[in-house]
Write a protein that binds this ligand. Structure first.
Ligand SMILES: [Zn+2]
Length: 365
């Protein structure tokens, strides 16, 4: 018997091929709109903090998509695939209407092409699965290895046995490779997929939120036959709360792999926050972060020492300069006093000569 998530995933996996440019933009757009923190009072200040490098739209566009999704959120229940898929269509229709209302302005949904809105519908449907309470997994924020960066991760909501397909962790390959992307976000087409086998394609959608582990991973990517879609399949039993991880392959990170298998963090728990409720301000965890913090403190202390030394030195120098100036002044005064005295003395000495009538002194006038 198929789960509703399976029906949704299969329906989404048979969607027409997207272009990589639209797919990458729409993926970033939907992730930002649904999960990035926004400032309600300043919609333009909606800061893309997560992935979006491809999104060239205003905060207002993101906010419109977010609001439209929120209005329809309850329909994404995963209790009936048809209702669920219809909800995504409703979101698209509402955005098309907003696009007409936004009219000549280049803000809001006007900035989105119809092809883009088709993609937005797809990604809204795909991402709503990983935040649905009925999903076996949920989107969360994960501490990613030794660098203590935080990023999205997919976590088990319940115990999942090995060999089980996680339909909610869906990814799809666009039909081309035209858009700029990193090799980390690409995947090879396999035989039995509806694209040229062996070619490299970008992988987009919730599946790309599954993080890498070299050894203790618990899942693998498997493709849905005759489609461009992938899902995650558990390779061993997974307990509730555990992060779903796959091995991206040894060439991904080479010898400097930052995953917790390669750079253990003393059994620190992965930081799991619920999405979208959870704040996503970056915070630091783990010994690597402690080391970073220590280094930062040390550097700050060193800089402080240097600053203090510099200021002391400058004060000393200025003190010295002041003393020298005072000394100079004193000696000038002394000199001028001496000159005056000398002049007076000469005058006095010359005074008798004045009486003889040839002097230059005052007394002679
Ligand atoms: Zn590793």
């Amino acid at each position: 018997m198929s789960s509703q998530a399976e029906l949704v995933a299969k329906a989404l996996s048979s969607a027409p091929l997207m272009t990589s440019t639209d797919a990458i933009s729409a993926d970033d757009l939907v992730v930002l709109a649904l999960f990035a923190p926004a400032s309600p009072s300043r919609p333009e200040a909606h800061i893309p903090q997560i992935v979006g490098t491809s999104v060239g739209v205003s905060g207002l566009t993101l906010l419109t998509i977010r609001d439209t999704f929120e209005e329809h959120k309850d329909l994404f229940e995963l209790s009936r695939a048809s209702t669920y898929l219809a909800a995504a269509k409703k979101v698209r229709s509402a955005l098309v209407r907003r696009r007409q209302v936004d009219g000549g302005s280049d803000r809001g949904c006007r900035a989105l092409s119809i092809a883009m809105l088709d993609c937005v519908e797809w990604f809204v449907a795909a991402y709503a699965m990983v935040i649905s309470p009925r999903s076996v997994v949920r989107l969360g924020v994960s501490k990613m290895g030794a660098y203590s960066q935080k990023g999205f991760g997919i976590f088990a909501r319940m115990d999942i046995r090995g060999g089980v397909d996680i339909w909610e962790a869906l990814g799809i390959m666009p039909g081309d490779n035209e858009s700029r992307h990193s090799s980390l976000s690409a995947i090879r087409v396999a035989d039995g997929q509806n694209q040229e086998a062996g070619s490299e394609r970008v992988l987009v959608g919730p599946l790309r939120m599954v993080n890498h582990l070299c050894r203790s991973f618990n899942a693998e990517y498997v493709y849905i036959p005759r489609t461009s879609a992938f899902i995650a399949r558990t390779t061993r039993d997974v307990v509730a709360g555990e992060e779903i991880t796959v091995n991206y392959g040894e060439e991904w990170f080479g010898s400097s792999c930052p995953c917790v298998d390669c750079a253990p963090t003393d059994g620190m728990e992965a930081v799991v926050q619920s999405i979208p409720e959870g704040p996503q301000e970056p915070t630091n965890h783990g010994p690597a972060a402690a080391a970073m913090e220590e280094r930062r403190t040390r550097l700050a202390a060193r800089n402080q020492d240097r600053a203090t030394a510099f200021l002391d030195n400058r004060a000393r120098n200025s003190e010295k300069a002041k003393r020298e100036k005072a000394e100079k002044n004193k000696s000038k005064q002394r000199e001028s006093r001496w000159r005056k005295q000398e002049a007076k003395r000469r005058q006095e000495m010359a005074a008798p000569a004045d009486a003889s009538g040839s002097g230059t002194g005052q007394g002679a006038l």
